[in-house]
Design a protein around this ligand. Structure first.
Ligand code: ATP
Ligand code: LTN
Length: 334
């Protein structure tokens, strides 16, 4: 009867522990994860294998992986409701990734915009891992038969490629994988850098970036310095006023106000009032998360319990898909 029973829809998403979590990753991804946790069966991963596609300091990578879990929980992800784990603890990701790599075209990977950007940033170390990064991401998602993948706008192309790979496999070997869809927020899908509002806020640009764990005075300083324009009108206009539009987006995402409400509230007021107001809204948004994350970091055994149990459950689920795939392609059963 199992097949006729409605399966709860499944979610998979992950973030690399390659730096501190940012306001961009919170508004673009994690906040949605929290909203989805009651309706779906969710797996949230710390993708350390993706992180090593560019060079990492080992001690820092280890510390960040655990800190990231503390921050996931502090953001509101309930360890009772969600499976949270570290990617390298579930070897099926690497195994499926190898197989899927044999169903992915060189040309497809060459078109990925993140690869183009990262290989420019790390021109002296363009590894095979950086190139095949999207295949590992496809394996992450397809292993769990995820229906939805909550990410920021910049990851849409990777989720599309994941669908293409899954679809290709399904059409050669009969239905094997659920084809996932990206789930991208209306507000905060692409938070822009405070230093250059035409490029994405990213952890590799610390000046234009607000980190989740930044001190209030640093957050205020970053917002006061945010690049705007010389018009002095708080008005949303992405084309002509990218800086102000970005600040309005952040303000609205942080306070729950609509753009119209925010524009009315700041009508006739200069940027000298508006910019610190955005800073304060973000400080207040992050304050409880920071307190909780700091508190959780003092209980390493609790965090270890979460990621160990998470990995065990994930391995069980992942193995079902992997075994099916191995059988379909002709590997001898172990
Ligand atoms: P890097 O700069 O090293 O590429 P990043 O800052 O983009 O990293 P990721 O770990 O790649 O951070 O992203 C984690 C998640 O947060 C992804 O779902 C991504 O789409 C989302 N995200 C990251 N930055 C932003 C942003 N500026 N606006 C909206 N969503 C974002
Ligand atoms: N590429 C993503 C991180 C990531 C991911 C995933 C996101 C790795 N595997 C699976 C969603 C689903 C990024 O944020 N840069």
């Amino acid at each position: 009867m199992e097949q006729t029973q409605e399966r709860k829809k499944r979610i998979f998403s992950g973030i690399q522990p390659s730096g501190e979590l940012t306001l961009g990753s919170y508004l673009g991804a994690i906040r949605n994860w929290v909203l989805l946790q009651d309706t779906y069966e969710c797996l949230y991963c710390i993708v350390d294998m993706h992180a090593i596609t560019v060079r990492q300091d080992p001690a820092l990578l280890r510390r960040r992986s655990v800190a990231q879990l503390a921050q996931y929980v502090a953001c509101g992800l309930d360890p009772q409701k969600n499976i949270m784990f570290i990617q390298s603890h579930v070897p099926q990701h690497a195994e499926l990734s190898w197989i899927l790599g044999c169903y992915t075209q060189f040309g497809e990977l060459s078109r990925m915009t993140q690869f183009k950007a990262k290989s420019q940033q790390h021109a002296d170390n363009i590894t095979a891992g950086l190139f095949t990064y999207p295949v590992l991401m496809a394996a992450d998602i397809l292993l769990y038969q995820a229906d939805l993948v909550p990410v920021g706008e910049d990851q849409r192309q990777h989720v599309e490629l994941c669908r293409d790979i899954g679809q290709r496999f399904n059409s050669v070997y009969s239905d094997t994988f659920v084809l996932p869809e990206a789930f991208i927020p209306k507000m905060g899908a692409r938070v822009m850098s405070l230093g250059d509002p035409t490029s994405k806020m990213s952890k590799s640009d610390p000046d234009g970036c607000v980190f989740l764990m930044d001190k209030p005075e640093d957050i205020m300083r970053k917002f006061k310095r945010a690049v705007t324009d010389c018009e002095a009108a708080v008005k949303f206009d992405r084309e002509n006023k990218p800086g102000i539009s970005n600040l309005l987006t952040i303000y609205c995402a942080a306070t729950g106000k609509t753009v119209e409400e925010a524009q009315t509230a700041f009508e006739g007021q200069g940027y000298g009032i508006f910019k610190p107001a955005v800073g304060e809204a973000v400080v207040e948004l992050l304050r409880p998360i920071q307190e909780e994350a700091n508190h959780l970091m003092s209980d390493k055994a609790y965090l270890e319990g979460i990621y160990k149990e998470g990995a065990e459950r994930a391995r069980y689920m992942a193995n079902k898909t992997l075994t099916k795939v191995q059988r379909k392609i002709g590997f001898v059963a172990r």
